[in-house]
Ligand binder design. Structure first.
Ligand code: ADP
Ligand code: MG
Length: 442
């Protein structure tokens, strides 16, 4: 991440200034809604705070989409986060390694993500049950546990829930980190010639929770290193939990030997929650925030903020502010306003762009995509259009269906789900879709 941020900064800031202010900037910690950067010394910190805070914030937004609060601290040495310090109290090896290796922010614990406040429904029942089993008997239930699903559907929540549960028992050393952190850590270990310590550190945990493994992408070295870490932990009966936005075999760049290991335990997918389930989540969340939301409003929100639970939560957070101001009664008008703002502020793609990209890729005309023809050469691209339109545009299911030659919303759902299923079993198709998506989001 820091590399991508630096690259963005370099695009705009002249080299001398870059060298002076940003070349030694590191990420000190990341939480759900804030990123803290560490820079060497107060004068650099003050200068960045004065002149570049907005700029960095916009870069982070561009790279990560949700807005994060940005904080700059001055630190001669990068900070090491708390879990590692907690865990290494009785373990001076990893403490010594940590500082000597220049590890920047490794593990974060999110106390809010527990099993208690996770809503279970058909779409995530299996993943939830598996996570509960793993938390109850790490190393014995399913190893590794591999959870995949689209963004915002609760993978990270489940991982933290496992972590929190095990930490409560207090006997095992757990380590939660994102794949990006692993890659950064690996790179810094190489640079400081400290692989020995790196390996010791990872092989010393009882439970390794690695989030978003798709971010390994083009870092062959770190995948190789992870392969060895995996083997060492697995052979010692240590629990491994992995998440990804795609099933193992569909992750671009993933070597077969890793893919096959990921399948040794249990692979489970989280699909898209149904409208009713999302409405139920809205109601439950609203109740937890002590906001009265009518069933009609909950359904409206669920319908208009499709797919992603993270965004629904953002909407509820907005409602909560309004509720405070209006004695808990949130009007339907306000709900409509919030949902418009949220779906309108999303980075989205037009359906025309989706169809254009698909038409080019599959060599079928847009009018064929909209037509009633159902031969395979048209049907598959059309279903991909449904999938990508649902994922990337602001349009409702009914609108997408309408645009695509007057089909109804259930046809769009069917097309979308067919593609998700097919892509899960077909690496080629999955690559094509990932590429189309990447191009459209550029
Ligand atoms: P992912 O890691 O799959 O992108 P997250 O775990 O970050 O998704 O979930 C996004 C947000 O939605 C989090 O705030 C999480 O607490 C919430 N969330 C997701 N699924 C559920 C669920 N089934 N019940 C309650 N909250 C959920
Ligand atoms: Mg996540």
């Amino acid at each position: 991440l820091i590399e991508s941020i630096r690259a963005e900064i370099r695009k705009t800031v002249p080299p001398e200034q870059y060298d002076q202010w940003f070349s030694r900037m590191e990420i000190s910690s990341i939480t759900d809604n804030s990123i803290t950067f560490a820079v060497p010394g107060d004068s650099i910190k003050n200068r960045i705070c004065a002149d570049y805070l907005e700029f960095i914030s916009s870069i982070v937004y561009k790279l990560l989409h949700p807005s994060f609060e940005i904080d700059i601290i001055s630190a001669e040495k990068p900070a090491i986060t708390t879990q590692m310090q907690l865990q290494s109290k009785d373990n001076d090896i990893s403490n010594a390694n940590a500082s000597s290796m220049n590890i920047v922010s490794l593990s974060s614990i999110n106390k809010r993500y527990t099993f208690e406040n996770f809503v279970v429904a058909a779409y995530n029942r299996m993943a939830h049950a598996a996570a509960v089993s793993v938390a109850g008997s790490p190393g014995y239930a399913y190893n590794p546990l591999f959870i995949h699903g689209a963004s915002g559907l609760g993978k990270t929540h489940l991982m933290h829930a496992i972590n929190n549960f095990i930490l409560q028992q207090g006997r095992l050393k757990t380590f939660y980190l994102s794949c990006e952190h692993f890659v950064n850590h690996y790179i810094s270990a190489i640079q400081s010639n400290n692989m020995e310590a790196f390996r010791k550190f990872y092989r010393n945990v009882d439970v390794l929770l690695m989030d978003d493994i798709q971010f390994f992408e083009n870092s062959y070295g770190s995948r190789e290193e992870f392969f060895h870490t995996f083997n060492a932990l697995y052979n010692d009966g240590k629990q491994i939990v992995i998440t990804s936005n795609y099933p193992p075999e569909s992750i671009a760049y993933m070597e077969d030997r890793l893919v096959s290991r990921f399948k040794w335990g249990l692979v489970c997918g989280i699909s898209t929650p149904s409208l009713e389930t999302r409405a139920a989540i809205v109601e439950k969340r609203a109740a937890a925030w002590n906001i009265k939301v009518s069933h009609e409003s909950a359904v409206y929100l669920a319908e208009n903020i499709p797919g992603n639970i993270r965004e629904l939560e953002g909407a509820i957070a907005r409602l909560s502010n309004e509720a405070k101001a209006t004695n808990n009664a949130v009007s339907f008008d306000f709900i409509r306003k919030v949902s418009r703002e949220i779906s309108g502020s999303k980075k989205t793609v037009s359906i025309e762009a989706v169809l254009g990209a698909i038409s080019k890729k599959f060599n079928v005309s847009v009018s064929e995509l909209l037509s009633k023809r159902r031969t395979r050469t048209v049907a598959l691209p059309r279903q991909i259009a449904m999938h990508l339109s649902r994922k990337l545009t602001n349009m409702s299911l009914t609108e997408i269906g309408g645009y695509l030659g007057g089909r109804d919303h259930s046809t769009v759902i069917h097309g979308d789900e067919t593609i998700i299923k097919k892509a899960g079993n077909d690496k080629n198709l999955s690559f094509i879709i990932q590429k189309l998506e990447g191009e459209l989001l550029k």
